[in-house]
Design a binder for this molecule. Sequence first.
Ligand SMILES: O=C(CO)COP(=O)(O)O
Length: 248
Amino acid sequence: MGRKFVVGGNWKMNGDKNQINEIVNNLKKGPLDPNVEVVIGVPAIYLAYVKSIVPDTIGVAAQNCWKVPKGAFTGEISPAMIKDVGADWVILGHSERRTIFGEKDDLVAEKVAHALESGLKVIACIGETLEEREAGKTEEVVFRQTKALVPAIGSNWDKVVLAYEPVWAIGTGKTATPQQAQDVHASLRNWLSTNVSPEVAANVRIQYGGSVTGATAKELAARPDIDGFLVGGASLKPEFVDIVNATQ
Ligand SMILES: O=C(CO)COP(=O)(O)O
């Protein structure tokens, strides 16, 4: 059984109810490849609303969460709350959480552990900066970030999707070439085979994220170790349907 292609749409801090209605109507119109898993990452304040209007065939994700069920953590949301409004995914460790909000590997791991034990599925983000890539440290960085997640994930790899998002490609229009992305995905899968298990390596889905568009998606999707996408800007546009259908 192959790995089911999975495409995430990370809306980030964008949208209002009118735009959300347009995006969801576009998704309803599709047509979306029924063999592709689609998950949309929604600003927390709109999670319940989106869940009330989106077809059940489309997963709904929070874009972040805290690492305990409840308490004095002003402004945060918990996995329990995400589930309470009917969402069943959460994106964690996004590079914007890491670079803007200072989240380190250990905090990301604690969040992943708690999200999984709370019954959420997780899109866990990793990726190097341009400086790290230019210093030849891409593998060192993504292996370090993934290694931090291994104890947090435990036996729950079937509830995790990894998203390799080179920071230098996010929001820049500089999509990684299919070969660049394939090289890192293959190297990561090999690392997983050695450091976790061949079965996990064979089955875990690795999304590519970073300026994916309708024009670049097909060539990326054709690479053997690219199992989907985590899409930012283009997920707000009608071309997101083309990205979902990139394997057709
Ligand atoms: O950060 C991303 C998805 O999580 C990628 O964003 P862009 O597709 O806008 O580069």
